[in-house]
Design a protein around this ligand. Structure first.
Ligand code: AMP
Length: 407
């Protein structure tokens, strides 16, 4: 773990702006990056935020920012050479990962590792690592890069199946195909909505799971740590609400931790990872666990930890990547998050209803400050505690529903 070794050697840093400052170059400045930036600032790091558009959320709280196309390797290299960061911290998937691999070979510290960012940018890389190299249980799957291969894949896997571009997130280009008549439309959608230039898709057998969870897993100087499981509900491939803890049978929790340890160890480096797992069965009995995906960085569903734990996923990430110990992760109370989505497009969205929203007991709001929106863009999140997860979920949903995004 070369990045880990580098971290250990650098456990002294000066004030931001000083030549001994520890500079963190944040590649991706959305809502998750904003929280990472804030936590890094709390530990006295110098934060430089980067994204493809001006005034992105993390830019609003960083020491300085740059607006560049993050898939442009030459621009990323030029930025790294100019800023001389101690830590290069990718916060989104769509980055010039080949350049990160080169930079790491030259001695720059990419979090958690350049290989992890490359493998997880592409569904094929991480799926093959998990299923074929590590032997983890996943949905059955096939890859296809033209319509004929795609039809063969669907025929082999059967219906229903899930079709996704190999480079996409937040449900973009994803379809659940239930009937023959929908097969061709799913291919067309995956090809037009994916992030990459190639028409390459993964076709997955549909897993009839009962629960899906994110197991936030931290690799740090004092070992590997797990947060209590975060349950979540997705709609159209994107997260709508999450809660913690999510009840699991003890054997199931052990199986989840085993999978998360295996996949994060294979990716290597230090930092927090969001390991997404599907769980089939009820918690009264041992359940079946399927590995789905992993993000080598804080996870959107993990925003609930901003209220539920003694350390949020963002604080955990910053501690781990700076070489600091984690200690004990403590769940303070059952808690939930619910997203606030834009109802349509605007170049100058505004929020209203916050006063009513915060009438909900224990609730908190995070409004991300995104300067523009389109339909269903995530603009904020409501957080709440409860004596039970059910109470916390009701509160978070009620709080979120009171906030309106005006277009
Ligand atoms: P992903 O972008 O792969 O995380 O998929 C987004 C969401 O779609 C997941 O969180 C699940 O709710 C659902 N999904 C993805 N793949 C499958 C599958 N093979 N079977 C059932 N549901 C799935």
């Amino acid at each position: 773990m070369s990045s880990a070794a580098t971290n250990t050697e650098c456990l002294a840093w000066g004030a931001p702006g000083d030549k001994a400052a520890k500079r963190l170059l944040l590649l991706g400045s959305g809502e998750l990056g904003k929280e990472v930036a804030l936590e890094a600032m709390r530990l006295g790091l110098e934060v430089i935020a980067v994204d493809a558009y001006r005034n992105a959320p993390a830019m609003q709280v960083a020491h300085r920012s740059h607006t560049v196309d993050m898939l442009d390797g030459a621009r990323i290299r030029a930025l790294v050479e100019a800023e001389q960061p101690a830590l290069i911290v990718p916060e989104v998937e769509a980055i010039a990962t080949a350049t990160l691999v080169e930079l790491e070979q030259e001695g720059w510290n990419v979090i958690p590792t350049a290989r992890a960012t490359r493998l997880t940018m592409n569904r094929e890389g991480i799926r093959r690592l998990a299923a074929e190299d590590l032997g983890l249980t996943t949905s059955p799957y096939r890859f296809a890069e033209n319509r004929e291969e795609y039809r063969d894949a669907v025929a082999q896997l059967g219906l229903p199946c899930v079709v996704k571009p190999i480079m996409s997130s937040s449900g973009k280009g994803q379809s659940l195909v239930r009937e023959e008549a929908a097969i061709d439309a799913a291919w067309d959608y995956a090809c037009t909505a994916g992030r990459g230039k190639d028409a390459r898709v993964i076709v997955e057998g549909f897993v009839a799971f009962d629960t899906e969870i994110t197991l936030l897993t931290v690799r740090a100087a004092d070992g590997t740590h797990f947060c209590p499981p975060v349950g979540h509900r997705q709609e159209d491939g994107d997260y709508r609400e999450s809660w913690q803890p999510c009840p699991l049978h003890p054997d199931t929790l052990a199986a989840c931790q085993h999978m998360a340890a295996a996949v994060t160890e294979a990716l290597g480096g230090w930092g927090l990872f969001g390991v997404e797992l599907f769980i089939a069965g009820e918690p009264s009995q041992p359940q079946t666990v399927y590995f789905s995906e992993v993000s080598p960085r804080p996870h959107d569903t993990g925003m609930v930890t901003m209220i539920s734990q003694n350390m949020s996923e963002f604080e955990l990430h910053v501690r781990a990547i700076t070489g600091l110990p984690i200690g004990d992760i403590i769940l303070l109370q059952p808690a939930a998050s619910a997203v606030i989505l834009a109802p349509g497009s605007s170049e100058a969205p505004q929020f209203t209803g916050m006063a009513a929203a915060l009438q909900v007991p224990t609730s908190k709001l995070r409004l991300f400050g995104k300067p523009r929106c389109h339909r269903n863009r995530r603009m904020g999140v409501a957080l709440a505690l409860g004596e039970t997860v059910t109470i916390a979920r009701d509160r978070a949903r009620t709080c979120a529903s009171k906030v309106q995004v005006l277009l």
